[in-house]
Ligand binder design. Structure first.
Ligand SMILES: [Zn+2]
Length: 497
C-alpha cells in the first residue's frame, strides 16, 4: 500500500473531467478534491486523475490517498470503463498505472521459483512477474461485464484484446454476437492443436465494483468475476507469454473467451464448437475445484419451466367455478421431484415457483422452474421425455412445459488423456500431484467434450466462492498455474518435447 507521502502532490494528468469543467487537486495530506473550472476543455465524461507519482484516483468524491489506494486505483479504472465511450476508453488505456505501489506481492506470496529445467518446452526462468499478472487481473476485474449487458461486454472484450496485445504483441479479434463480442486470439497457424477456452462475462450486476472493488489482501485477490473467470483469462495470456519469453513459439494455440457462458452460450456455442473441432483439444480455464483440483467431468444441465393456466373465481363465494392452478402445480411438483435418480447422478430440483394474485382468489396461474443435472445421455433423454409427457391432473387446467437439458454431460472419458498428461507435467515440474473431480456445474467444456474433442477443465485459478460475493483467488498459486498451463500447452503443440 502506498504511504501518505507517495499519494500526496499535485495532479499530473486528469483523465477527462466530470461535467466537462472540473479538475482535481490533491493536498499535501493526499486528499483529492474536485476543483471546478480547473480544467478547461477537458474531455468528457471522466472520473479519474493521475497524480505525480502515478496513482490514479477517482474524483467523484474526495478520497484520501494512502488508505486503500489499491482499491481506488481499480475503482477508478472501472468508472472509466463504465462512463467512457469505446473510443475514449482506448485512448485512456495507456494511462492506467503499470506499477502498483506496495510491498512486492511475489515476496508475500512466498513463491519459490523453479530451477533451470525444461518441461513441455518451458524453461522455468524468472520471466514470470506476479505483479504484472495481478495488474492485468485488476484491469479486467475493474471493467464489469455482466452477461446480457452488451455495452459492458464490448468494453470488457476490448480490455481482453488489449491484454493480448500488451503481453503477446498482437491484439485479439472481437467476434460480434447478439450477446456481445467474443474474443478470439490466434497466432495464425494453419494447424492449431489446442484451444484455450473460457468466458469474459460474469454473473455480477453492474455496480458491484462500488461495494467490492478489486482488492488484494491476505493472499487473496477479490472482486466481481475475479475467480470465475477473469483470472483464467489472465493465466492463459501469461502462460503463452511465459512460453514466448523462454524462446518457444506459441504457434498452434488459439484462445476463445466468449460473452455468454453464464447464460447458456446460445450465441457462442457454434463458434466454440467449430474452434474446438479445428484445434482437436481443449483446455478450459474455468476455476479449479477445491484445492486446485482439475475438473475431469461435468454433469449435463438444463432448466425447465412448467406453467399452469387455470381459472380465477372468488374463493369465498363460488370457488367451485374456478380451476385452481396452484393445486395443479402442487401435483406437478411432486411428480417432477420423483424424476430424480441420485444413484445415477440425476437430480431434478424444483427451484422457483409463483402462483396466485390475492388471498381470496382461486389462482388462475402458477409456474415452477426446475433445475436438472444428469451424467449420461440416456438419463438426459429419459428426463426430457418425462418432462414433455407431464399431464394435468385437473381436466380444467392447461399445462405448458418449456426448456431442455441444453448442456450435455462432459464424460470423464473426454478428459482421461489430457488429465494424464497434465499429471505427468505437474510431476516433472515438481508441483503438487493433481487431483481430478467430477462436478455438477456445467461449462462450455460440456459442449466440446460432447463432440468427442478431448477436453480438460478447471485449469483456471485456485480459490473459491464462484458466483458468490465471497469469491476469491489464491494469489500464491497463480505462478504454479501459469507454469503448469504453459508446460501442458507445450506438450500439446509439440508432443516430442
Ligand atoms: Zn465460469
Amino acid at each position: 500500500m502506498p504511504n501518505e507521502a507517495e499519494g500526496s502532490g499535485s495532479v499530473s494528468a486528469v483523465v477527462g473531467s466530470v461535467g466537462g469543467a472540473v479538475g482535481v487537486d490533491v493536498d499535501a495530506g493526499g486528499l483529492a478534491t474536485l476543483v471546478p473550472g480547473a480544467v478547461s476543455g477537458a474531455v468528457s465524461p471522466a472520473v479519474a486523475a493521475v497524480t505525480d507519482d502515478g496513482v490514479v484516483v477517482p474524483v467523484v468524491e474526495p478520497v484520501r490517498l494512502g488508505s486503500d489506494s489499491w482499491s481506488f486505483v481499480h475503482a477508478a479504472a472501472s468508472m472509466l470503463a463504465t462512463t467512457a465511450t469505446p473510443t475514449t476508453d482506448r485512448r485512456m488505456a495507456p494511462m492506467m498505472p503499470h506499477r502498483c505501489h506496495g510491498p512486492p506481492i511475489a515476496d508475500r506470496a512466498g513463491i519459490v521459483r523453479g530451477g533451470a529445467g525444461s518441461v513441455g518446452g518451458v524453461f522455468l526462468t524468472d520471466s514470470f512477474v506476479l505483479d504484472e499478472l495481478l495488474d492485468d487481473l485488476a484491469t479486467l476485474v475493474s471493467i464489469e461485464s455482466p452477461s446480457h449487458d452488451t455495452a459492458a461486454l464490448e468494453r470488457s472484450a476490448l480490455a481482453v484484446s488489449a491484454l493480448f496485445e500488451r503481453r503477446l504483441g498482437t491484439p485479439a479479434t472481437l467476434v460480434p454476437s447478439a450477446a456481445g463480442p467474443h474474443v478470439h486470439w490466434s497466432d495464425g497457424a494453419d494447424e492449431p492443436s489446442v484451444l484455450l477456452l473460457g468466458h469474459h462475462d460474469t454473473v455480477f450486476p453492474a455496480g458491484t465494483l462500488r461495494t467490492r472493488p478489486f482488492t488484494v489482501a491476505d493472499g487473496r485477490a477479490t472482486g466481481p468475476g475475479a475467480f470465475d473467470m477473469k483470472a483464467g483469462i489472465v493465466l492463459a495470456v501469461h502462460a503463452l507469454a511465459a512460453r514466448r519469453a523462454a524462446g518457444h513459439p506459441v504457434s498452434g494455440v488459439e484462445c476463445l473467451f466468449t460473452s455468454d457462458e453464464e447464460v447458456g452460450s446460445a450465441a457462442s456455442r457454434a463458434l466454440l464448437e467449430e474452434r474446438a473441432v479445428a484445434c482437436g483439444s481443449v483446455l478450459v480455464l474455468e476455476p479449479s475445484a477445491d484445492g486446485g483440483a482439475l475438473k475431469t467431468g461435468r454433469k449435463g444441465c438444463g432448466t425447465f419451466e412448467v406453467s399452469v393456466t387455470g381459472r380465477a373465481a372468488h374463493a369465498g363465494l363460488e370457488p367451485e367455478k374456478g380451476a385452481n392452478a396452484l393445486v395443479e402445480l402442487a401435483h406437478q411438483i411432486v411428480a417432477i421431484s420423483a424424476l430424480g435418480r441420485p444413484d445415477e447422478g440425476t437430480t431434478v430440483t424444483p427451484t422457483v415457483a409463483t402462483a396466485g394474485t390475492a388471498d381470496n382468489v382461486v389462482p388462475a396461474s402458477a409456474c415452477v422452474r426446475v433445475d436438472v443435472r444428469i451424467e449420461t445421455a440416456d438419463e438426459r433423454r429419459r428426463v426430457e421425455q418425462a418432462m414433455a409427457a407431464l399431464e394435468a391432473v385437473d381436466p380444467d387446467v392447461q399445462l405448458e412445459v418449456t426448456g431442455d437439458i441444453g448442456r450435455p454431460p462432459m464424460p470423464e472419458s473426454a478428459s482421461t488423456g489430457l488429465f494424464e498428461t497434465a499429471g505427468d507435467v505437474a510431476m516433472e515440474l515438481g508441483l503438487e500431484p493433481l487431483n481430478g473431480v467430477f462436478v455438477g456445474g456445467g461449462s462450455d467444456g460440456n459442449f466440446t467434450a460432447a463432440l468427442g474433442v478431448p477436453t480438460l477443465d478447471g485449469l483456471g485459478a485456485v480459490g473459491g466462492g464462484a458466483h458468490a460475493d465471497h469469491e476469491w483467488v489464491d494469489v500464491a498459486s497463480l505462478e504454479h498455474r501459469v507454469v503448469l498451463l504453459a508446460a501442458l500447452i507445450g506438450r500439446l503443440v509439440d508432443p516430442d518435447r
